[in-house]
Design a protein around this ligand. Structure first.
Ligand code: SFD
Ligand code: AMP
Length: 634
């Protein structure tokens, strides 16, 4: 029996605060919302497309907490962190939001430890820093620890605390200029969900597979960013009409080739060098290039995108492959020991730390090392720039344009950066955190959790001030149901017409749709095949092809629950693609050359472009670009 829309029953959930997503930001939001909701007798509902224990980017675990300001142990201040982020993002960041997270993140880390997350300690009982801002952890079960705390907090609300897993959110619901809820469907049961809420906190992560990944065929799905984050934050908030920022600032990590193992521990903890086969140490040999990107290229630490760029210059010239010189770094660490006994002990320690770094976070990299007979103490490993991702919480910056905290505004910034509730979007009652929140990079896993807490506290305050449940128009729900379930009916109606159900003139299956999207982005928006380079004529073609792809999105078909999810992931990714290419198009300069290079405007232009490029989707379906000022707050 083919599954049809009519097979689905409608389940209605009415709540006060709806938290969408079950990742780091959502778990932080749940903890904080539970506390404030209990005080105010409010209901909180969390909905995740997967199971919170292992959902989102931290599913496999992580090996570091990448944001620890160390206000007490290092005597640093949030200002220091703002300076770091300003530098890394080439001057473009919402300093009020970065500061806000930085002042709260240490407390979040201490909570994680209390909840049971093992953070490395040295013999004196002090945290082991990986680099200046990063703490090493035994993080295989990181996400389970964080999800458990979120669930425990939600349980304190009794029947006013509800967690619904395996429900994929497809569309927002609105009441005029206010958010009113969301709709979605169960990926396991024949249930269409209508959530009605006074406030919605969006934390559905970033996006991968918008661009063609390097790993295809048998390796498909193996990318640095997890395949299940598919642009839902961007789609949901754009469709709600919320303004977005930095959608051009995608992230390209340099990683161990093919399995995407992390490099932070190698560069920062083990002090490894990276070299290219014919070019030498690119950070040294290509140093003169940094002058072109002054002042950011000349200050320390050198921004992530410029580190990429110096490597790319070599690989573009055919001097690759690039290598992480693991053998050299390990030898240096071991040789530094005073005698043979100490050296023997140190060898064992370094070997186990190196393998654990992968086993904690990217198990497949350890498997690849084993499968290719790679002993890191004997030979170097290849490094490569990944395909582009959207992850505003890391070293990218894409996300929604949100209100910042009132107390951190200057006389100049207040009118641009503050409109009532911290982390509220330009749509009333809609909040964002983590990857969903833009221009506040380098918050990573623990900063995203802290930001989730900040946003949830403000969302509850908003609900306390705005007690009336928004109206949800039945026609709007019906239209959203139709959009959500239509791919099932399309498949049911037409699939019998061809011998191969994947090929049909009446529909497109999600897998083929995704390949088309990725080909467009790869070739016209500066993906791997284009060596991360694009220009206006290329983007003109790309945008035209995207418009046609958008037309075909109406004809996506799905044969079961899983494929229905895939169909909506495709629609969500397309919104991410659209906002990205339009933002790159508008910014007529190259500011982050190691993320993308505009060959027609190859230089950074601080006089004209040291500002935010924002984008929103108007009710008539047209995109609007808005330029916004950058304010220094410290
Ligand atoms: O160093 C829907 N990150 C690292 N952070 C660190 O602090 N330390 C590290 O060691 C890190 N490394 C790392 C990292 C990321 C990745 C991919 C790798 C390695 C391989 C960054 C953090 O992971 C990242 O900053 C946070 O996870 C961001 O948090 P958040 O909450 O914004 O996103 P999420 O955790 O991915 O959660 C998303 C949730 O949304 C759900 N979801 N739910 C309902 N409906 C839909 N339509 C949905 N779409 C998505 C997801 O299921 C999930 O629950 S290092 O190597 O870089
Ligand atoms: P990664 O494993 O590459 O995600 O890195 C973890 C953290 O270390 C992030 O905060 C990175 O920005 C930082 N990092 C990684 N490599 C370097 C480097 N070579 N120099 C400075 N910071 C780095």
């Amino acid at each position: 029996m083919t599954l049809k829309a009519a097979d689905f029953e409608t389940v209605e959930v009415t709540t006060d605060l709806l938290i969408i997503g079950g990742g780091m930001a959502a778990c932080g939001a749940a903890v904080e919302a539970a506390y404030w909701a209990k005080k105010n007798n409010l209901k909180v509902t969390v909905v995740d497309k997967a199971a919170m224990d292992r959902s989102g980017a931290v599913a496999m675990g992580l090996s570091a907490l990448n944001q620890y300001v160390g206000m007490k142990v290092k005597n640093r201040s949030p200002e220091n962190y703002v300076e770091y982020v300003r530098q890394d993002l080439m001057g473009v960041s919402r300093e009020d939001m970065v500061y806000d997270i930085a002042r709260h993140v240490d407390g979040t880390v201490h909570l994680f430890e209390k909840w049971g997350l093992p953070i490395w300690k040295d013999e004196g009982g002090n945290y082991v820093f990986e680099g200046p801002w990063q703490l090493m952890i035994n993080g295989e079960s990181y996400k389970i620890v964080i999800a458990e705390a979120a669930k425990n907090a939600m349980a304190t609300l009794g029947d006013k605390g509800e967690i619904i897993e395996r429900v994929f959110i497809t569309e927002p619901l609105l009441d005029g200029d206010k958010i009113a809820g969301a709709v979605g469907f169960s990926v396991r049961e024949n249930k269409f969900y209508v959530f009605k809420a006074k406030a919605v906190l969006c934390a559905m992560g970033g996006a991968v597979h918008v661009f063609k990944p390097r790993s295809t065929g048998e390796g498909f799905g193996r990318s640095w960013y997890p395949p299940f984050n598919s642009g839902s934050s961007c789609y949901f908030m754009m469709k709600a009409g919320a303004e977005h920022t930095c959608q051009e600032v995608r992230f390209i990590p340099v990683r161990f080739k093919d399995a995407y193992g992390p490099v932070g521990a190698w560069f920062l903890l083990f002090k490894s060098r990276a070299t290219t086969a014919l070019g030498g140490e690119y950070m040294v040999e290509n140093k003169a290039e940094l002058d072109k990107w002054a002042p950011y290229g000349l200050a320390k630490p050198i921004p992530a995108n410029l580190r990429n760029w110096l490597m790319m210059l070599d690989t573009r010239e055919g001097k690759g492959p690039a290598y992480m010189r693991t053998e050299e770094a390990m030898k240096k660490i071991i040789d530094a020991e005073p005698d043979e006994k100490a050296r023997k002990k140190r060898v064992k320690e370094v070997e186990s730390e190196a393998w654990e770094d992968f086993l904690d976070m990217t198990i497949s990299q350890a498997i690849l090392w084993a499968g290719t007979n790679t002993a890191p103490e004997e030979k170097p490993s290849e490094l490569q720039a990944c395909d582009p991702y959207f992850i505003g919480s890391h070293s990218g910056a894409s996300g929604a344009w949100l209100s910042g905290p009132e107390d951190l505004q200057t006389a100049e910034s207040k009118s641009d950066y503050f409109w009532g509730y911290n982390r509220m979007a330009t749509i009333k009652g809609l909040f964002g955190a983590g990857d969903a929140s833009g221009a506040s990079s380098h918050k990573f896993s623990d900063g995203s959790h802290a930001e989730g807490r900040i946003a949830a506290k403000a969302a509850i305050a908003y609900i306390v001030d705005n007690k009336t449940q928004p109206n949800v128009d039945a026609a709007q729900v019906e239209a959203a149901k139709q959009t959500t379930l239509k791919p099932l009916d399309t498949f049911a109606e037409f699939s019998g017409q061809t011998t191969d159900p994947n090929v049909n003139e009446n529909y497109i299956v999600p897998e083929q749709y995704m390949y088309r999207l990725q080909k467009i982005m790869d070739e016209y928006a500066g993906g791997v095949v284009a060596a991360f380079s694009t220009n206006e004529p290329l983007m003109d073609i790309g945008m035209n092809l995207l418009a046609m792809l958008n037309e075909d999105a109406e004809n996506l078909a799905a044969r079961d629950h899983h494929e229905l999810m895939r169909a909506h992931e495709c629609r969500h990714r397309t919104m991410q693609a659209d906002t990205h290419i339009r933002s790159v198009y508008h910014r007529k300069e190259t500011r982050w050359p190691g993320y993308y290079f505009r060959a027609d405007t190859p230089k950074m232009d601080n006089d004209n472009w040291l500002k935010f490029v924002n984008i929103k989707l108007n009710k008539d379906g047209k995109f609007e670009i808005i330029e916004r000022k950058i304010h220094k707050i410290c």
